[in-house]
Write a protein that binds this ligand. Structure first.
Ligand SMILES: [Zn+2]
Length: 253
């Protein structure tokens, strides 16, 4: 601990202390990006759809989560799924396993979906570590992107966390009762005006409206030349490093 504090002190002296990001970034290890990008053409546009608040209980062919998985699978596309502890149990574990088997990125959304900045560091740790054994066992990987609930981040979280934090560059607003048509219009418009390229899109796998939108959008985006990829795939395909404690909402070309 003392060594790290000393290094921080030295780093403060060396790097620009007026830029809080630069200190963090230079000291942290890069995200060990294990994504397989052999199927991705880095020159083509891409977008990372991402889905929070799963798994959905119970697991069934009519659950919005499985409909979303199937829409991606049927177009040969990928996405990132942020899972929480609220609905995780031995039954819903099957949904996470299915996401892993389909080549999707499984990621972390805490245990009980709190506002992390309102917690002590110990409480924060308990929240962000709860799903790790499950995600490790299912994927064989060691670390997982974290989407903080409500995209709510403070300095203590950025300091404590050993993985990149994921925000969003485009919000579907499904959490605010957006209809499937509203989501489709918003994303199709971004596709048409080229602002969608490189964006992380915030969605939730818990709504039927979201599933309906995704069932339309994935084939639509594919037809427009877009690759629908995981967050880690997008950064790796574009040769961009990700760092622990840094917040990412997009990956520009
Ligand atoms: Zn959430």
């Amino acid at each position: 601990m003392r060594g790290r504090l000393f290094y921080r002190f030295m780093a403060d002296a060396i790097f620009d202390i007026n830029d809080p990001q630069s200190l963090e970034d230079k000291m942290r290890e890069n995200w060990n990006n294990e994504a397989d990008i052999t199927w991705i053409d880095p020159k083509k546009p891409m977008v990372a759809l991402s889905f929070d608040d799963g798994p959905v209980d119970p697991v069934s062919e009519t659950s919005p989560a499985i409909r979303i998985q199937n829409a991606l699978r049927d177009s040969g596309m990928h996405a990132t799924f942020f899972y929480w502890g609220n609905t995780f149990n031995e039954g819903t574990r099957a949904e996470i396993e299915r996401a892993q088997e389909l080549g999707f990125e499984i990621a972390n959304h805490t245990k009980t979906h709190p506002h992390l900045p309102e917690l002590s560091v110990e409480e924060m740790k308990a929240e962000v570590e709860y799903m790790l054994p499950v995600l490790k066992e299912i994927s064989g990987r060691e670390k997982f992107l974290l989407r903080p609930p409500y995209l709510d981040v403070n300095e203590a979280l950025r300091e404590m966390i050993d993985v990149p934090l994921i925000s969003c560059g485009l919000d579907s607003m499904d959490w605010a009762q957006a209809t499937a048509k509203q989501m489709i219009d918003k994303i199709a418009k971004a596709c048409e005006n080229d602002s969608l390229d490189g964006k992380i899109v915030l969605m939730h796998e818990t709504y039927d409206a979201t599933a309906e939108a995704v069932e339309f959008l994935v084939p639509y985006l594919k037809a427009k030349g877009y690759q629908v990829v995981t967050i880690s795939e997008m950064f790796k395909a574009r040769g961009k490093d990700m760092q622990a404690g840094h917040v990412y909402g997009e990956c520009p070309q």
